[in-house]
Ligand binder design. Structure first.
Ligand code: IMP
Length: 425
């Protein structure tokens, strides 16, 4: 079966972009299925670095078609900016990128509401990226969203947009005490997107299902991570979509039976950006070291990421949830030089030990990590060309993780560059 899904196994920022970039040359199509410009998928090659927010990470491989599926929420301005930046680097986008006519749009009022609501939440803020993601999905499910297809009907868009801004202005001013947005300025700006976006608009579900019927291969690229799933993550400290394998089906309009490979991307340690529970968080020198060595600052917002030890309780949970068939472990090089490596293998909650990840926040807040300690390793891993070249302790660490999760590790990241990647033969 030709669909592979790439999924962040933790709280996002696992290095999905790099793995998608590695797999893309062997795929006919790379498709994003959820989230929006809250994502930041970083790709490095030679001296170049590019952070993709909306466009799939296959765009730098010219033989690969790219799809933004119906499950994604699209900020048209951010999208057109990204297209221009990629074309300026010499990579053609027109003719290769297909955008679902059914994907919902992020409008300026979604961003205003995102920011206003975070301010209103005060100490309880989620720590969103401020990209308007949650409010856009709210409108989608309230059945009052504006979709890509609406951009192609100027008169219809004027009406829908005017009504939506007037409604949101009442909410912004009456509830949050925010300034009202300028209706005419927004409408005039957004009706201009019709011609720019028209060449990309496609019934992407039909396109993908036709491709499947022709035996083509598809890589579904998840954004964020499974622990940020709105149903299965650490609610309410989650994003508003399904970054899990089920989300690939609804977010692209393809059947689950078409999927045969589900690759969990696991950072060799844990990070989280934004608020919410994080049982293995390190608020000490080791945490600082991981942040500095791993350049753990948000690719979208620049915020410092919280860092901690690898958490196998959480990973076992996301492995089961997604049905990982293999794992890609990224950023192993960042752990080089640590004298010992701790791995959380259980939680202690109210004096009892459990290997089950609690999905209600009040219980999770009381979870204390139980660690096993493994020997550290040192040296420059980026020189390794084969898994056998890695230090013994690094291989033991990987083996420990694979054994405990009962999933094989097929890809290992040993540095930020494309070539600093080991693939199991
Ligand atoms: P939102 O998706 O902007 O609504 O943010 C909700 C939560 O998800 C916040 O904790 C964000 O920091 C987190 N989040 C959203 N996108 C990403 C991502 O791409 N990487 C890591 N965390 C993310």
């Amino acid at each position: 079966m030709p669909v592979s899904v790439v999924i962040g196994a933790q709280w996002g920022d696992e290095g999905k972009g790099k793995v998608v970039d590695l797999l893309a040359p062997s795929m006919d199509i790379v498709a994003r299925y959820q989230g929006g410009a809250n994502a930041g998928h970083t790709i490095k090659w030679g001296d170049e670095t590019f952070v993709l927010h909306l466009i799939p990470s296959g765009i730098f491989h010219e033989g690969t078609a790219c799809v933004i599926g119906n499950g994604v929420v699209i900020d048209p301005k951010a999208l057109m900016d990204e297209i221009r930046q990629i074309e300026a680097l010499g990579y053609p986008v027109a003719g290769r990128l297909k955008i679902s006519h059914n994907a919902h749009l992020i409008m300026p009022y979604h961003k205003a509401l995102d920011e206003a609501k975070e301010r209103w939440r005060d100490a309880e803020a989620i720590g969103t990226t401020g990209r308007g993601i949650g409010p856009a999905y709210v409108d989608k499910f309230a059945r009052s969203g504006i979709r890509v297809v609406d951009l192609l009907d100027r008169d219809g868009l004027r009406k829908k947009l005017t009504a939506a801004i007037e409604e949101k202005n009442d909410i912004l001013s009456a509830i949050y005490g925010s300034e009202r947005l300028d209706v005419d300025a927004i409408v005039d700006e957004y009706v201009e997107f019709d011609q720019q976006i028209d060449p990309y608009v496609t019934d992407t579900s039909a396109f993908l299902n036709d491709a499947l019927a022709e035996g083509k291969s598809i890589l579904a690229e998840g954004a964020q991570g499974a622990l940020l799933d709105v149903d299965h993550g650490t609610y309410p400290y989650v994003t508003s979509s399904h970054p899990t394998s089920g989300g690939a089906c609804t977010g692209l309009g393809i059947p689950p039976t078409a999927i045969d490979r589900i690759i969990g991307i696991v950072k060799a340690y844990s990070t989280r950006v934004g608020n919410g529970p994080f049982p293995t968080e390190l608020e000490d020198e080791t945490g600082e070291r991981l942040r500095a060595e791993g350049h753990e600052f948000g690719a979208t917002t620049g915020r410092p990421r919280r860092c901690g030890w690898l958490d196998l309780v959480a990973l076992n949970y996301t492995s089961r949830l997604n049905g990982f068939t293999e794992l890609a472990v990224t950023k192993l090089d960042v752990m080089s030089g640590l004298p010992e490596l701790k791995v959380c293998t259980a939680y202690e909650i109210d004096g009892k030990t459990t290997e089950r990840f609690p999905t209600d926040l009040r219980t999770l807040d009381r979870a204390r990590p139980v660690y096993e300690t493994l020997p550290g390793f040192s040296g420059d891993l980026s020189e390794a060309r084969d898994i056998a070249d890695l230090p013994d302790a690094a291989r033991d660490y990987l083996q420990f993780v694979s054994d405990r999760l009962k999933v094989p590790i097929t890809v290992i990241g040993t540095g930020p560059k494309r070539e600093e990647t080991l693939v199991a033969s």
